[in-house]
Design a protein around this ligand. Structure first.
Ligand code: MG
Length: 362
C-alpha cells in the first residue's frame, strides 16, 4: 500500500477518522466531536479552569528531532501541567492543528495515539478542535478542568517564611535538548509507541524528558487536598523564570539554595559533558513541568505525616522573603550566585544577561 497523505483524504474524512478513533463516549460529554459545539458535564459548584498552549514547528520542536507519538503526548502534557499547577482536575481537551499537506496519515495516527493514550490514562476526553492546512506543523491545545473552589491554588498567596518546594528533579529536559542538538535523534532510538528502544537507555531517558514531559496532575491534586500550599506554578520556562512569576504575583521575594535543587543521577553523570555550568540547565533550562509550590514547612510536614497514604515527592529548595520581587541565589558556601542565563522568553529570545546586570534585580 502506498503512502497516504493528508491531502489524499481531505478535511472531512480526517475529522471523521479522528472522531471514530480518538473521541470516546462518556457521561462527562453528552455531545463531543460532530456538533457545532461540545456539551460538557461538570460537578456542581466546582470552579472551571481553562488553559491553552501552542507548539510550533521549528520554534518549539523540529519534525526530525521528535517522533509523532511523543509530540502528540507532549501537546497534551503541557496543557495538563497548567491545570495541575492550579490543583485542578483536567477533564476535556480541544486540539487544533495546522498540518503540512504532505504529512502522512500514518504519522498523524501515531500523533493522535500519543495524545489519546495520555488522555485515557488521565481521564481526559478529546471533545473538539480544528484542522487546517499549513506550511508548518502547528499545534494548539486547550484543556478544560475543574476544582473545588476551596482547593484552587494561584501564583499569588506566597507568604514570607514559607518554604519553596519542587515535586521532582530539574534540568533533565534542558539537558535532553542539549543532547538532541549535539547528537541528533536516531531512527532506532524510540519505537512508534514512544518506548525507548536504543542501547543508550539512560541517555534516551533524558532525551525523552524533553520530548515527552510528565504532567504532575496527581501531585497537583494531592497538594491541593493537603490545603496548605499558599501558591503554585508549573516549571515550563525554567525554575528562575517561573519562580519570578510566582514572587511577582505574590509581591514577595525569595532565597534559593542551589545545593538543594534536586537533580537526577543521570543528570549528574551526563550534564558536565554537555554544558559548562550544569546547574544553569536546572535553573534556567525549562520544560521540566515539575510543580513549584510554597507552603509553611511545619504544616506541610505535619499534614503529610498524618495522611499516610499520600505519596508526594517534594524537595525544599528555598524560602520566601518579604523583599518584593527580589530573587537571590545562594551556594552551599553561602555565596551569591549569578546564572549565565535566566530562562526562555519567546519575544526576547534566550537572554545573555547575568542576574546581576538585570535592572529588575537591583
Ligand atoms: Mg504554567
Amino acid at each position: 500500500m502506498g503512502r497516504t497523505e493528508i491531502k489524499d483524504i481531505g478535511e472531512f474524512r480526517l475529522i471523521q477518522r479522528i472522531r471514530d478513533r480518538y473521541s470516546k463516549p462518556s457521561e462527562f460529554v453528552p455531545r463531543g466531536i460532530g456538533d457545532d459545539a461540545a456539551s460538557l458535564n461538570f460537578p456542581p459548584n466546582h470552579l472551571l479552569l481553562v488553559t491553552t498552549d501552542t507548539l510550533i514547528e521549528d520554534i518549539h520542536f523540529t519534525l526530525k528531532s521528535t517522533i509523532p507519538y511523543l509530540l502528540g503526548a507532549k501537546s497534551l502534557a503541557v496543557n495538563l501541567s497548567d491545570i495541575a499547577a492550579m490543583g485542578g482536575i483536567p477533564r476535556f481537551f480541544l486540539l487544533s492543528l495546522g498540518i503540512p499537506k504532505g504529512y502522512s496519515i500514518s504519522s498523524l495516527d501515531r500523533f493522535y495515539r500519543g495524545v489519546s493514550q495520555l488522555a485515557e490514562s488521565q481521564g481526559v476526553f478529546l471533545v473538539g478542535g480544528d484542522l487546517a492546512a499549513s506550511s508548518k506543523f502547528i499545534i494548539n491545545g486547550v484543556v478544560i478542568g475543574h476544582c473545588p473552589p476551596d482547593q484552587v491554588i494561584y501564583r499569588k498567596g506566597a507568604q514570607p517564611g514559607d518554604y519553596i518546594f519542587v515535586t521532582g528533579p530539574l534540568g533533565d529536559a534542558a539537558l535532553g535538548l542539549e543532547i538532541l542538538r549535539k547528537r541528533g535523534l536516531r531512527p532506532s532510538d524510540f519505537g512508534a509507541n514512544g518506548k525507548t528502544r536504543g542501547k543508550d537507555k539512560e541517555l534516551l531517558g533524558i532525551i525523552r524528558r524533553h520530548l515527552s514531559p510528565p504532567a504532575r496532575v496527581r501531585e497537583g491534586r494531592k497538594i491541593a487536598e493537603l490545603a496548605c500550599a499558599t501558591a503554585m506554578i508549573d516549571i515550563s520556562d525554567g525554575l528562575l523564570a517561573d519562580l519570578r512569576h510566582l514572587i511577582e504575583e505574590s509581591q514577595v521575594g525569595a532565597n534559593l539554595w542551589l545545593d538543594q535543587i534536586p537533580r537526577s543521577e543521570a543528570f549528574e553523570k551526563w550534564a558536565p559533558l554537555y554544558h559548562l555550568r550544569p546547574i544553569d540547565l536546572a535553573l534556567s533550562g525549562g520544560e521540566d513541568y515539575e510543580l513549584l509550590f510554597t507552603a509553611p514547612k511545619e504544616i506541610l510536614e505535619d499534614k503529610l505525616s498524618r495522611s499516610r497514604e499520600i505519596d508526594l515527592p517534594f524537595y525544599p529548595i528555598g524560602e520566601v522573603t518579604p523583599h518584593s520581587k527580589k530573587l537571590s541565589l545562594w551556594t552551599k558556601e553561602k555565596k551569591g550566585y549569578s546564572p549565565s542565563w535566566l530562562g526562555y522568553d519567546h519575544f526576547r529570545g534566550p537572554p545573555k544577561r547575568s542576574l546581576k546586570k538585570d535592572p529588575q534585580h537591583s
